[in-house]
Design a protein around this ligand. Structure first.
Ligand code: TRP
Length: 342
C-alpha cells in the first residue's frame, strides 16, 4: 500500500508559494495514494504563537486544503494535536535519534540564529516530531519542498535505527516526493527574495484568500525590468532556459515561472510562446489565468472560513480516522520497546 503523509504549519497567511509549491501537488496525489494531510500545530508552537491566532490559522489552512480540492471524505485532513500518537511516538524517537544527527540540521541553525541558547527544546527536537508524524502512519511517501529534504533524510535514519536497535522490520523508510520546476515562487517586489508571509509589504505576495481584484492589482504592480520578455536567445540548445539569463532577470523569470506553474507548462515553453512580448501584455494574460484559478479558490476559502463549525467537524472526523491508524502502530511500538500495557 502506498500512503502519503505531509504537513503544513498553521503560521501566517498561505500564499501562492504555498499553493504552487505544496498544496497543488497534494491535490494531484490523491488519485494514486491514500493521503493524510496534517496541520502541524504542535510544530507551530516550537516558536511562540498567540493562541487565538493559532486557532484561526489552523482553520484557515484547513479551509485552504478544502478550497484547493483536497477531498476530506476520501482522504484524511486533521490537526496534529488531536492525535496523541504524534507526541507519544516522538518521545520514543527522541530516545533513538542522536544529538550528533540533530546538530547537523541546517534549519535549526537558521531558525535559532545567534541566540541559540534561548531557542526552545521543541525547536531543536522539531525534526524528530516530524519523523513521528510520518512513521506513526508508516507512510511510504512524503511530498516535501527542498527545505525539508534534510528532515526527511533524518526520518529515514531514525526509522532505520529503531529497526536495528530493536531487531525488527517495523518502520518502512519513507521516500521523498520532490516536485520539480516552478515551485520556488519569489516576491513580486524583489525577484531575489522568496515570496513570504513575513514580508512587510502585502504587495509582495498573492495570498490564497485574495479575491480577483487583489490578484489583478498585485500582478499589474509586480516589479519587472525594462526589457520585453525573453525569446529564443534565452534558450539553450537542449531547449531549457539559460540559467545566466534567469540570474540577470529574476523578476521577469519569476512571473514566467508563476505563469508556467499555473498553466502546467515549462518555463521554456512559456518563453517560446511569448518571445519578445511586452510585459504589459504578458501581465494581462497572467492576470486572467491567475484570477481564473486563484480567484475562485479565494472565494471558496472565505466561504468556508465563515463557517468554523463546519471546518471543526471536518478536522474532528479526520482526527478520528487518523487515530484509528496511529493508535495500533503506537501500541506495537510500546510492545517493541518493552512498555507494559496491562
Ligand atoms: N516541517 C514541515 C514544514 O515546515 C511540516 C511538516 C511537519 C511535515 N511534519 C511533517 C512535512 C511531516 C512532511 C511530513 O514544511
Amino acid at each position: 500500500m502506498r500512503r502519503i503523509f505531509s504537513g503544513v504549519q498553521p503560521t501566517g497567511n498561505l500564499h501562492l508559494g504555498n499553493y504552487l509549491g505544496a498544496i497543488r501537488n497534494w491535490v494531484k496525489l490523491q488519485g494514486d495514494y491514500d493521503c493524510l494531510y496534517c496541520i502541524v500545530d504542535q510544530h507551530a508552537i516550537t516558536v511562540r504563537q498567540d493562541p487565538k491566532e493559532l486557532r484561526a490559522q489552523t482553520r484557515e489552512v484547513a479551509a485552504a486544503f478544502l478550497a484547493a480540492g483536497i477531498d476530506a471524505g476520501r482522504h484524511i485532513v486533521f490537526n496534529q494535536s488531536q492525535v496523541p500518537a504524534h507526541a507519544q511516538l516522538a518521545w520514543v524517537l527522541n530516545c533513538v535519534a542522536r544529538l550528533g544527527w540533530l546538530n547537523r540540521m541546517t534549519q535549526f541553525k537558521e531558525k535559532a540564529g545567534k541566540d541559540r541558547e534561548n531557542a526552545s527544546i521543541g525547536l531543536y527536537a522539531y525534526p524528530v516530531l516530524m519523523a513521528a508524524d510520518i512513521l506513526a502512519y508508516k507512510a511510504t511517501h512524503v511530498p516535501v519542498g527542498e527545505d525539508q529534504k534534510q528532515h526527511l533524510e533524518l526520518a529515514r535514519d531514525i526509522a532505520q535505527k529503531f529497526n536495528n536497535d530493536y531487531g525488527v522490520d517495523f518502520f518502512p523508510l519513507p521516500e521523498p516526493l520532490i516536485f520539480g520546476a516552478a515551485t520556488r515562487v519569489m516576491s513580486l517586489r524583489d525577484g531575489r527574495k522568496k515570496m513570504s508571509k513575513s514580508d512587510a509589504s502585502d504587495m509582495s505576495r498573492i495570498n490564497m484568500t485574495d479575491d480577483a481584484d487583489a490578484v489583478a492589482l498585485k500582478i499589474r504592480k509586480a516589479k519587472t525590468d525594462p526589457l520585453p520578455l525573453p525569446g529564443p536567445e534565452a534558450l539553450r540548445p537542449d531547449g531549457t532556459v539559460d540559467p545566466a539569463d534567469e540570474e540577470r532577470r529574476p523578476e521577469a523569470y519569476n512571473l514566467i515561472g508563476i505563469y508556467a506553474a499555473l498553466a502546467d507548462k515549462t518555463p521554456a515553453a512559456v518563453v517560446a510562446e511569448f518571445a519578445g512580448a511586452e510585459f504589459s501584455l504578458f501581465k494581462k494574460v497572467l492576470t486572467d489565468l491567475a484570477v481564473a484559478t486563484l480567484g475562485a479558490m479565494g472565494a471558496e476559502m472565505s466561504r468556508l472560513m465563515a463557517d468554523p463549525g463546519y471546518i471543526d467537524s471536518v478536522l474532528r472526523q479526520g482526527a478520528l480516522r487518523a487515530r484509528a491508524i496511529a493508535a495500533p502502530t503506537m501500541a506495537e511500538v510500546e510492545d517493541i520497546v518493552g512498555f507494559l500495557r496491562p
